[in-house]
Design a protein around this ligand. Structure first.
Ligand code: HEM
Length: 514
């Protein structure tokens, strides 16, 4: 018997003619009995699964997280309980708005999702490379995302939709200023930070708790493309970030991040000029300094992209004792949305796919989670399918819902945070005037990047864009106005109008009579 693999059907039956189909005679019809052909075509027909509705294009890698500094006074999570302790991790980086085949250098936030395979179950930190986000009310998410995708009529990315939404929902301004700086076009995935963005809660062994935000600071330093470099690469090398990450790890140039926590007590939170749950705001580091506690290193490429990267399933609801979601409404909604989309995208047993399996939680036992499509791990064999009294099971009474921590009262209400005021512009102004002023060329880059994009929008929307950025800083508004007027002179005809004057979809060049 040779050691060579034998070419077979998916059932293991050896196939004698890999590249020929059974048929009658030389030119006659095919035979339905040729299982090898049916097997192959039927499987091929089903190769694609739904791509992620957002963050469809991405790259992944394995690595580890190491505790570098004692943090036990703040958090009781088992994987953080000892300096030097290492936990295996898997990361998936991504762009947000484009499809699975879109360019890696698109102007977009970058996803930075980390799975920690801890002994108390998988902990997912599903972050972006920006410390803030566009929305603070989750009802806006589908609207907002749709405006970053394709126009339903033209199937084109649409600057009218993009800027119509952003100028009508100006709480996004801080994130928009980051997105349109060169940080919006990072040099691959190795040269950017990661931020929890949301407020989470950490509890220590004594039951004391704090609000926290997590920062992954890139040890490689920040490196970005400018607008034109990113645009050129989108054409010449659309998978730039994938091969940059893969090749670096392959040659042992392992990227790493130093991990910090920012924390705040409930009393401190009450004194903030904004809500601690407002995802459009950063916590000033002068008041809430970063405290280092870990190192995150990537050192292993996946063997199979589909199995490990495409099928990876992260969720902010995958957490461990000691770490909880705060009442941030966007975060609370995400707790629902991710496992919901995984069940749709991967199936109800998505946690059995090896990359998602909580393999380090060796004593974990969930006898009631049984059956379902693609049950492949033995289904707990003959064990009872409920929490039976005849199976000795430990129920960890030390893992409590922290009922005392936050107590909420008040009438049901659906208008919070609707109003956008000067406070929502303050941090964007500080970013422009105090931070970008120290980064040579960044103020001008922000103006240029906005102008190039917004000059494609209708004139009245361009005016709204100019007004909005003027509220950030008059110089920024003036620079944007000047360049938009150069790129789209007001005395010229604009020949493509995607919406008619009533705002109804109609006046696309192909349907101008509608
Ligand atoms: C992916 C929903 C806000 C970071 C996704 C996916 C959904 C989703 C449905 C696809 C997941 C999959 O198919 O596996 C939402 C909703 C949000 C929200 C409903 C707000 C209401 C955010 C925020 C962040 C974020 C604020 C970052 C702070 C990510 C990342 C991924 C992702 C990194 C990609 C995960 C991966 O690589 O598989 N989101 N999202 N999202 N989201 Fe969100």
């Amino acid at each position: 018997m040779s050691n060579k693999k034998v070419f077979s059907t998916s059932e293991g039956c050896p196939v004698s003619e890999p590249f020929a189909t059974q048929r009658i005679g030389q030119d006659g019809p095919l035979l339905l009995q040729d299982f090898s052909l049916i097997d192959s075509l039927a499987h091929f027909d089903r190769e694609r699964i739904p791509e992620r509705v957002v963050h469809a294009k991405g790259s992944g890698a394995y690595g580890y997280f190491e505790v570098t500094d004692d943090i036990s006074d703040m958090c009781s999570a088992a994987f953080l309980n000892q300096v030097g302790k290492k936990t295996k991790t898997f990361v998936r980086f991504s762009t947000v708005g484009g499809e699975k085949g879109s360019a890696d250098t698109a102007r977009d936030p970058r996803g930075f999702a980390v799975k920690f395979y801890t002994e108390e179950g998988n902990y997912d930190l599903v972050m972006n490379n920006t410390p803030v986000f566009f929305i603070r009310d989750p009802s806006k998410f589908p609207h907002f995302i749709h405006t970053q995708k394709r126009n339903p009529e033209t199937n084109l990315k649409d600057p009218d939709m993009f800027w119509d939404y952003l100028t009508s929902n100006q709480e996004a301004i801080h994130q928009v200023c980051i997105l349109f700086s060169d940080r919006g076009t990072p040099y691959g995935y190795r040269f950017m930070h990661g931020y929890s963005g949301h407020t989470y809660k950490w509890t220590n062994a004594k039951g004391e708790w704090r609000y926290v935000q997590i920062h992954f600071k890139c040890d490689q330093g920040i490196k970005t493309f400018n607008n034109e470099q990113a645009g050129d690469l989108a054409g010449s090398d659309p998978d730039f970030a994938q091969h940059d990450l893969f090749n670096a790890i392959k040659k042992g140039d392992n990227p790493s991040w130093t991990v910090y926590v920012q924390s705040m007590t409930q009393e401190e939170a009450a004194k903030l000029p904004f809500s601690v749950f407002d995802l459009t705001k950063v916590w000033p580091q002068s008041q809430f300094p970063l405290r280092r506690f870990g190192k995150f290193v990537l050192n292993e490429n996946p063997q199979n992209y589909f199995a490990e990267v495409e099928q990876a399933a992260f969720s902010p609801s995958h957490t461990v004792p000691g770490i909880e979601a705060s009442a941030d409404p966007v975060l609370q909604s995400r707790l629902f949305s991710y496992p919901d989309t995984h069940r749709h995208r991967l199936g109800v047993n998505y946690n059995q796919i090896p990359v998602n399996c909580p393999f380090a939680a060796r004593s974990a036992y969930a006898p009631h989670i049984r059956d379902g499509a693609m049950q492949v791990n033995g289904n707990l064999g003959s064990a009872p399918n409920y929490l039976a009294t005849n199976v000795p099971v430990e129920v960890r009474s030390d893992v409590k819902l922290q009922a005392h921590q936050e107590v909420w009262t008040g009438p049901a209400f659906a208008k919070h945070w609707k109003v956008v005021g000067p406070i929502d512009f303050q941090q964007a102004t500080d970013l422009y005037a105090k931070v970008m002023s120290k980064q040579p060329g960044q103020q001008k880059a922000l103006a240029h990047n906005v102008a190039v994009h917004a000059s494609g929008a209708k004139r009245d929307i361009q005016d709204r864009v100019i007004d909005m950025f003027t509220k950030v800083h008059p110089n920024l508004g003036a620079d944007i106005k000047k360049e938009i007027y150069q790129l789209d002179p007001r005395d010229s005809d604009k020949n493509v109008q995607l919406f008619n004057k009533n705002g109804k979809v109609s006046a696309c060049p192909f349907h101008s009579k509608l």
